[in-house]
Design a binder for this molecule. Structure first.
Ligand code: CAO
Length: 416
């Protein structure tokens, strides 16, 4: 059955408009509500949806044509079932038109001038969508397109905005009611430092948006400990403090090379995994004004003494706020060590856009039973945790990573 689609009443006192885009051609299959035309009036840019689903037979208008209410736009070959279903749906959804008009009206309110927006980027969207995105300073390349041929529809943009609004709501500070704590005793109130505020927001966002899995393990670091005591002596002569951390960094890099997924990031659309072939290790440093994460660049090319020296330097400069902006950027994996303080395990929060972080705890001696020679051996154990983004890394690889890392700490060649 051939159905002619005519221009509906545009409302808002608009009686004519110019065709600025024709999105279908004869032979195209359209679904009801697919956008077929974009019109520009002197008040608004409007997307005109198809009333029916079917195959486009003929298009009666072209770009630049002036059209008014009742103008025939195109003809569509509609199957009789579709027609019946559409009518039935219409009866079941008496408020649909009202709802669509409300959304349309909200969009129109920010679109007042008649001008076509040239598209210099590679996104495909109507002028109305472009204009709205420009008004709201939204980069259209970050909006996921669901329209025909990769077109960003108005719904895509509105969905993106809704998502951002709801995220902002949850990322913001948790809204507790104002409480007068002084009613129960003496209090002292201090503002958060700038670093604490920024870190807090980033941590909250990471915690809420990344599906974290934390794998716990313990490593035998008895061999590492002997090597460290040896190098500690050597370092002392050069005024370099050799702690466990440089050894851990060496073993981490070895494990990242074996399991590259841990050295990657999801792109801004969460559609591609960006694999990094550099090994820049962020180190969480506790400072009087908050947590700072300077990055040791190209850690794979550095010796234990070189890493020790750099660690001393960056942690000291982090504490006196003397790091340069580029020194806290470009990390591919982070290590957070509480080993110098205490505790057995903790669950570190991933430092986006990285996909994994290692949390190191304080080592201790414990008797370990060796079933091969039936002996109990005093062993220096380092407990540690590995948090990773489950969207990028599966649990089996998570466990394989920690197994490999622990084994690397037993292999003296790791530290060369
Ligand atoms: N087991 C046993 N001893 C450890 C250890 C471990 N896993 N890690 C460090 N130590 C020892 C060191 O060897 C050192 O002892 P020696 O002087 O005898 O060698 C002592 O503890 C102090 O080490 P350190 O903390 O000064 O040095 P580091 O290289 O281990 O760590 C740094 C440097 C900057 C990471 C650390 O000072 C720091 O700021 N840690 C806090 C990190 C943090 O707050 N993370 C956030 C957690 S969750 O938000």
């Amino acid at each position: 059955m051939l159905k002619e689609i005519v221009l509906p009443d545009l409302g808002e006192g608009i009686d004519s408009a110019d065709v600025s885009e024709v999105l279908v051609k004869p032979g195209d299959i359209v679904a009801a509500d697919d956008i077929i035309l974009v019109l520009e009036s002197d008040k608004a840019s409007m997307e005109i949806p198809s009333e029916n689903s079917g195959t486009v037979k003929e298009v009666f208008v072209s770009m630049g044509d002036a059209v008014k209410t009742g103008t025939a736009l195109l003809s569509v070959e509609v199957s009789s079932e579709d027609k019946v279903e559409t009518d039935a749906q219409k009866e079941q959804e008496p408020h649909k038109e009202t709802v669509e008009k409300t959304v349309e009206k909200n969009t129109k309110e920010v679109v007042v001038k008649k001008e076509l927006i040239p598209s210099s980027d590679k996104t495909f969207a109507s002028p109305g969508v472009r204009r709205l995105s420009r008004e709201l300073e939204i980069d259209l390349s970050t909006v996921k397109a669901t329209g025909v041929k990769g077109r960003i529809t108005k719904e895509d943009l509105l969905g993106y905005i809704k998502q951002k609004i709801s995220q902002r709501g949850t990322f913001g500070a948790a809204s507790f009611p104002k409480i007068d704590f002084a009613q129960w005793g003496i209090i002292d109130s201090k503002p958060l430092t700038k670093i604490q505020k920024i870190t807090g927001e980033r941590l909250q966002q990471a915690w809420q948006t990344i599906p974290h899995v934390t794998q716990f393990d313990e490593a035998d670091i008895s061999i590492l400990n002997s090597k460290r005591l040896e190098l500690k002596e050597e370092g002392l002569k050069k005024n370099i403090k050799v702690t466990f951390l440089p050894f851990i960094i060496k073993a981490v890099v070895k494990a990242l090379k074996e399991f590259p997924r841990f050295n990657s990031s999801l792109d801004h659309l969460s559609e591609n995994i960006v694999q990094k072939n550099y090994y820049n290790i962020g180190i969480a440093v506790d400072t009087p004004t908050g947590l700072v994460v300077p990055v040791i660049k190209n850690a794979d090319n550095k010796s234990i003494l070189g890493l020790s020296e750099e660690l001393m330097d960056i942690s000291e400069r982090a504490r006196v706020k003397k790091l340069k902006p580029e020194e806290i950027k470009g990390g591919s994996f982070t290590v957070s060590s509480l080993g110098g303080i205490g505790g057995t395990y903790f669950t570190p929060i991933i430092n986006p856009p990285e996909v994994a972080i290692m949390g190191v705890s304080k080592s201790f001696w414990k008797p370990v039973y060796n079933h091969k020679n039936n002996e109990i051996v005093p062993t220096f154990i380092m407990p540690y945790s590995l948090s990773y983004d489950h969207r990028v890394i599966d649990g089996a690889i998570g466990a394989a990573f920690t197994m490999f890392f622990s084994k690397s700490l037993l292999d003296i060649s790791t530290f060369e």
